[in-house]
Design a protein around this ligand. Sequence first.
Ligand code: ZN
Ligand code: ZN
Length: 226
Amino acid sequence: MNLPFPKDNHKRKFQCFVCGQNYYDFEEYKKHILDNHEEGREFVICPLPRCGAPVRDLRMHYKAKHPTEKSVPKTGQMKAIIWKDQSNKKDGALKQQKPKFREGYLMSVKNGGKEMHYRSGMECDVYECLESLKEVTGYEVEPFAVQYSFQGEIHHYNPDLKVYFDDGRVEIWEIKPANQTSLPRNNAKWTACNQYCQQRGYNFMVLTEVGMGKLKQQIKEQNLNG
Ligand SMILES: [Zn+2]
Ligand SMILES: [Zn+2]
């Protein structure tokens, strides 16, 4: 009789949809994503209390895992912003599929021609505003790391920008779409950062679409007044 040897691939495998790492244990898989990837940007969390799994697309997840639920909640973010394809993975390289965000570099006149890295269209827009605002003398991207604790573990957080003004004021900015501002992890990061900034005399703020609108308005007024 020819009994097949048990093969690894007969076991249920969970592959991280962000980086491709494999796990045999669902709880380990879940913890990996929560600890190593960014909520809102790389995953969203299933809002059903009995589930709470990190997923890429809530609508798809509900269809597959919770087909008896009448409807997917309509508030909050439905999909991760970054979408990577694991199907053609070779040598650890991931194929990026139609990213829904812009990434690149902006040449900064205010920073002596330095190339400033942005990871989203919103970040790029903010850099452009900073270049136009007369009261801004310079800015740094990811200027420092702040330690924060979340669910009993220590992590590090890099705020997006340090902005220098001509009156000597220094502000620390985090750029985030409004639908990601109430995530518990973000609140832990920002509370720690706010404290760090207060000790150094910096003003910390989270810039959402509303703040962006105000910045653009300020530039318009500045340009009208010469
Ligand atoms: Zn991963
Ligand atoms: Zn779920």
